[in-house]
Ligand binder design. Structure first.
Ligand code: ASP
Ligand code: MG
Length: 410
């Protein structure tokens, strides 16, 4: 008998039929004698709809009120699931984040979990109940409702698993695991049996929206046994997210990813003196712009050019900030392009092998794909390339083929 935490995503609970399906699946675990804690997302589309409603106001609504609104989506799912389990004769209890005591920081819409109260959980588990907790939400010490950022239900599940010392945390979603690349973009992709936390984090930051990044960080920090699997084909093995030393086999490259929601910004002729970069990037940070891939050119005549990428939906905001700055400090021009994509290769084994970046560049060159910017980490190489003409798709397929990811499973 084990303590298992399961999370079901929005599509898994999108209507009452699907909720009944989930209840059946939970019953099979209960029948096998396991203690169960379930986290659910809002029915698919509900959070988006709530956000759309708030766009009709002239002013951007206070984030506190956004959280009061957005937290209602998950409340629908927990109640329906408790009713479905009731139908099957399985005692259960639904809890909002505040009812359970998921204690967070007060950063509305992007709160972080500080700790989780486990007294109620223990009591209800001892009483033989399945616990159903609303994902994505928590409460501050002052009693304010918070949410954890889009996709945050994964983080609720892993944090609950960490707090209760659960034996396993399963994330049920609409894909049956983590693949070597997005199967909609690339042919001959393979499902990975295992992936390291660090690889998963890199892939998540590259736009592979399988898991909320914070959930992977918590799993790594607390050694939570984590798996991603399909809520439709529940008999299929998913992908385990593990520590590097738990890998059965390590690969130099395990995945190819492409983020098409980026934009490139260049600033020309910044004065080459201490403080220039600070002014630019502090101003962007103050405006909540997420900056990635910063490249500063070699200086000439005491002038520097700096290029960087930002998320596509933050480019207007970033340009506004920079144009304000242009009047205050020396720079000759600001340019931007939204015709860019970031293609990356990721692999835990990259740390200990050479020539990986060179091979990536040569594959792109052979396919006549120009590299506009490059950045690397210990386990990742990313290149900015053009987005038009299906170039991202072509690049991904070429890299997937060249690194033989189609043969990764033997
Ligand atoms: N319902 C929230 C969202 O759509 C949280 C989640 O699904 O994980 O972002
Ligand atoms: Mg999700």
């Amino acid at each position: 008998m084990a303590l298992i935490v399961q999370k079901y995503g929005g599509t898994s609970v999108k209507d009452v039929d699907r909720v009944k399906h989930v209840a059946q699946h939970i019953k099979s675990f209960r029948d096998a004698g396991h203690d169960m804690i379930i986290t659910v997302s809002a029915p698919s589309g509900v959070t988006d709809k709530l956000i759309d409603m708030t766009k009709k106001f002239d002013k951007r609504p206070p984030t506190r009120e956004m959280d009061v609104l957005l937290s209602t989506g998950e409340q629908i799912s927990i109640a329906l699931l408790a009713m479905a389990l009731n139908d099957l004769g399985i005692p259960s209890v639904s809890m909002t984040g505040s009812q359970m005591g998921i204690m967070t920081t007060d950063a509305h819409m992007k709160a972080r979990i500080n700790y989780i109260k486990t007294d109620k959980i223990r009591k209800e588990l001892d009483a033989g109940k399945v616990i159903i907790v609303a994902g994505f939400q928590g409460i501050t010490e002052e009693g304010e409702i918070t949410t954890l950022g889009r996709g945050g239900s994964d983080t609720t599940a892993v944090a609950v698993a960490a707090a209760t010392g659960a034996d396993l945390c399963e994330i049920y979603t609409d894909v049956d695991g983590v693949y070597t690349a997005d199967p909609r973009m690339v042919q001959n992709t393979q499902k990975l049996a295992m992936i390291t936390h660090d690889e998963m984090l890199e892939l998540a930051s590259l736009g592979a929206k399988v898991l909320h990044p914070r959930s992977v960080e918590i799993a790594k920090m607390h050694g939570v046994k984590l798996s991603v699997r399909s809520s439709y084909e529940t008999s299929k093995e998913g992908t385990f997210v593990v520590n590097r030393d738990q890998l059965e086999k390590e690969f130099v490259v395990t995945g190819v990813a492409c983020d098409q929601k980026v934009a490139k910004i260049g600033i020309f002729d910044l004065e080459d003196k201490p403080g220039s970069a600070t002014k630019v990037f502090q101003a962007l940070a103050d405006a909540n712009v997420n900056v990635d891939m910063i490249v500063q050119s070699a200086m000439r005549n005491n002038m520097n050019d700096i290029a960087f990428t930002v998320p596509l939906d933050e480019v207007d905001n970033a340009l506004e900030v920079l144009h304000e700055l242009k009047d205050k400090m020396s720079m000759s021009d600001i340019v931007s392009s939204t015709n860019v994509a970031k293609v990356s290769i990721v692999g835990a084994g990259m740390v200990s092998s050479t020539g990986v970046a060179a091979k990536m560049f040569s594959v792109l060159a052979q396919n006549e794909i120009n590299i506009q910017m490059i950045s690397t980490s210990e386990i990742k190489v990313s290149c900015i390339i053009e987005k038009e003409n299906d170039t991202p798709k072509k690049a991904m397929q070429a890299l997937h083929d060249a690194f033989e990811l189609d043969k990764i499973n033997g």
